[in-house]
Design a binder for this molecule. Structure first.
Ligand code: XMP
Length: 501
């Protein structure tokens, strides 16, 4: 299958480029610069943005190597500057660094800019700029801060802006034009993907046995179904009952997998998890401890079953936020990525590592999973442990479980569930004064959060109607005696994250 490599030069949106190309029907994957081989198997290359400066000359050799192969290229942001410099153009500090929405003047409405109007609003983020083009190149667009905002020469193209970001007008069209111009075949069909993922698991596990770590969420369920198709009864799907699952979660996933003929083993380790987490205040530490116990439990199960592999539903945002790709900062440690010890006794199989959740949902639908499971809101791996600020104990877990169930029930009743990415409650560490039954009450503050998001990388707070908030407030304060106040979190991501901890 024709494949386009997106060379990850450390840009925040590198993975989005690969995703956009897949949306346009071209199979695309992210590769590190050193993975670019002399006459590799790729049909084209996109050079991503990145934090480096062309003066560091860090990536010149890679670009020269691809140029020598004659394969088509598209440079984006830093990739654009890099191409210009290697081809003999001039790159220097921009006369006006551009961040965010920027107007670009299109000089040549042809090739990758075919069908463009004279001006487009695009998304930029740069300090350096291409000041003059490589000899013989066409300058196709310009902006105040980027004298050469787009150029081409032969089958090499560069744009200073980010066509992969939704805020860039005609970004999709630009990538579509590029694909057409370089003649790569659009052979990517999501249906084909399932066969490939099944094949991937089959190849990795060989004739061994694998455990599937089932959490209750869509990611791990999809990974389990794929693995089951690949190796059948050599797969042992296990759900660890860590005592922190939301209400009804364990039973729901058992039923859903049962309908697909997959028998789930549920093992109760709730006392171990609670004992290990008690007294730990720091959220990062909580995730790490959770990850350690989780890893130990799976190693124990592996020993008793003889399994060599662990199938996990890790998806792309888990990898990137845990600092799993070089150049990206650690936002928080997802237990299934950074929580695992260096010397873990099981080899990992993560068929969904390259995908975003909405892509995983599509795969889940094609696999025939029930809608209520596919569109179920995500629950973080450490589940209610990160919905309680600071140290946890059994009573706090019960409070968090009830408060979360109330939010879920009310949001579903109001008909908002499918519009929201997540909706949940957090038991905060704050204490406040209230009055309950004519008596002074000094009690807990529960925060309610509802967010809208496409991929969890960014999110906006939802604007619920007042009746919904009031219904939630009434139920939480009356059904949970310890709670005296309910507050609503209006913060977007960034600057906040979706979860509170
Ligand atoms: P944040 O809070 O980082 O969350 O904006 C982004 C998405 O990831 C989920 N999340 C986690 N998932 N382990 C997981 O498996 C974790 O430690 C974790 N922390 C956050 C979160 O629910 C949201 O959907």
């Amino acid at each position: 299958m024709d494949t386009v490599a997106v060379v990850d030069l450390g840009g925040q949106y590198a993975h989005l480029i690969a995703r956009r190309l897949r949306e346009l029907g071209v199979y695309s994957e992210l590769v590190y610069p050193e993975e670019v081989e002399e006459d590799g198997e790729y049909s084209g290359y996109v050079l991503s943005g990145g934090p480096s400066s062309v003066w560091e000359a860090q990536h010149d050799r890679i670009v020269e190597r691809i140029l020598a192969s004659g394969k088509p290229m598209l440079g984006i942001c830093y990739g654009h500057q890099l191409l210009a410099k290697v081809l003999g153009g001039e790159v220097g500090p921009s006369p006006k660094p551009e961040f965010g929405p920027t107007t670009v003047r299109v000089l040549v409405r042809d090739r990758i800019l075919e069908g463009f109007p004279a001006r487009v609003k695009v998304w930029m983020s740069h300090n350096d700029a291409v000041l003059s083009p490589p000899p013989g190149a066409t300058v196709a667009a310009t902006s105040e801060g980027s004298p050469v905002a787009a150029f081409w020469t032969g089958n090499v193209y560069g744009v200073q802006w980010h066509p992969e970001v939704k805020h860039s007008q005609l970004g999709r069209e630009l990538l579509d034009n590029w694909i057409r111009l370089i003649g790569v075949k659009r052979e990517w069909r999501p249906g084909r993907l399932i066969d490939e993922l099944v094949e991937y698991v089959r190849r990795m596990v060989g004739s061994s046995t694998a455990i599937a770590a089932v959490s209750g969420g869509v990611d791990s369920t999809v990974a389990t179904v794929i693995a089951y198709r690949a190796i059948g009864d050599r797969l042992i799907p296990v759900l660890i009952d860590h005592g922190l699952h939301p209400e009804g979660e364990v039973e729901r996933v058992e039923r859903a997998l049962g309908k697909l003929g997959i028998k789930l083993r549920i093992v109760d380790y709730s006392s171990e998890f609670l004992a290990a987490l008690e007294g730990i205040e720091d959220p990062e530490e909580k995730r790490k401890v959770f990850g350690r116990v989780y890893a130990r439990v799976f190693e124990e199960i592996a020993k008793s079953t003889g399994a060599e592999y662990l199938v996990q539903g890790t998806i792309y945002p888990d990898v990137i936020e845990s600092g799993g790709r070089r150049g990206a900062d650690v936002i928080k440690s997802h237990h299934n990525v950074a929580g695992l010890p260096e010397k873990f006794g099981l080899k990992l199989v993560e068929p969904l590592r390259m995908f975003y959740k909405d892509e995983v949902r599509l795969i889940g639908r094609m696999l025939g999973l029930p809608e209520e499971l596919i569109y179920k809101q995500p629950v973080p791996g450490p589940a209610l442990a990160v919905r309680i600020e600071g140290s946890i104990n059994r009573r706090l877990v019960e409070i968090a479980r009830r408060a979360n169930a109330i939010v879920v029930e009310e949001v579903e009743k109001a008909g908002y569930a499918r519009r929201l990415w997540q909706y949940f409650a957090v038991v905060t560490r704050s204490r406040a004064t209230g009055v309950k039954g004519d008596r002074r009450a000094y009690g807990m503050v529960v925060a309610v959060r509802m967010v809208v998001s496409d991929d969890a990388m960014t999110a906006e707070a939802f604007r619920p109607d007042w009746d919904l908030l009031e219904a939630i407030m009434r139920r939480i304060t009356s059904e949970i005696p310890e709670v005296v106040r309910v507050v609503y979190d209006v913060t977007s991501k960034p600057p906040a994250t979706i979860e509170w901890e």
